[in-house]
Design a protein around this ligand. Structure first.
Ligand code: ZN
Length: 219
């Protein structure tokens, strides 16, 4: 799914929590400080904004306290973004790729990692890089997940200024939209600066952030 019904006024803010072995190595070597942007959580909590987090298993294992903080908030939803942010298609940006026959196991394992945290668990799944094809979708069928891409790409990975993100979101957002952002700080350093402006712009447009499950279900 890319978005919910175009009626009503709800939009879903979604945040991906990527984590690869390369990112873990950068943390260990001290090349980066953090892949968990707590300023985003602070803002969402302070403003009581609902949001949905697509978590990789390795991110959850690296940031158990932050995961607990997400799970403990009734306005936040937890979803699945693979175990180690690998791609299961041949060509997906420069992500490492895994064979498609490992996909179902990878995604099931990620649910097992997320499950003990409780909170608002979902069966939503997002492919790294949004890369999928017929074979990957077939492979996921037994798991009963809903594959969610999104219709508004903020472009926050490796952004060097916040204004383009605000423009990218506000120029494209409509009722039912699913907005893709990242909570990965070092790899998405402008997201927390853009977010207050995005929230203000949504308000001006009469759009209200809601959980992804509400946005997709709203008829
Ligand atoms: Zn991702």
């Amino acid at each position: 799914m890319d978005h919910g019904p175009r009626t009503g006024n709800k939009v879903a803010l979604t945040f991906d929590a990527d984590m690869t072995d390369g990112m873990l190595a950068s943390l260990r070597a001290g090349r980066v400080k953090s892949y968990a942007n707590l300023r985003i959580l602070d803002l969402l909590e302070r403003e009581e904004v609902p949001a949905t987090f697509f978590l990789t298993g390795k991110w959850v294992q690296r940031y158990p306290d932050v995961t607990r903080r997400i799970a403990d908030n009734p306005r936040f939803e937890l979803a699945n973004h693979t175990y180690e942010h690998a791609a299961f298609t041949g060509d997906c940006y420069d992500l490492p790729s895994l064979p498609v026959d490992e996909l179902a196991g990878d995604v099931a394992k990620t649910f097992e990692v997320i499950k003990p945290y409780g909170g608002r668990q979902t069966r939503y799944f997002r492919f790294p890089g949004l890369c999928h094809d017929a074979a990957t979708l077939d492979a996921l069928a037994p798991l009963g997940v809903t594959v969610v891409d999104g219709d508004v790409v903020s472009g926050d990975p490796f952004a060097t200024a916040w204004k383009p993100l605000v423009r990218a979101v506000l120029d494209h957002v409509r009722p039912g939209s699913v907005v893709i952002m990242h909570v990965t700080e070092a790899n998405a350093a402008m997201t927390d600066e853009a977010l207050p402006h995005i929230l203000a712009g949504l308000r001006e447009r009469g759009l209200v952030p809601a959980l992804l499950s509400e946005v997709l279900a709203a008829a």
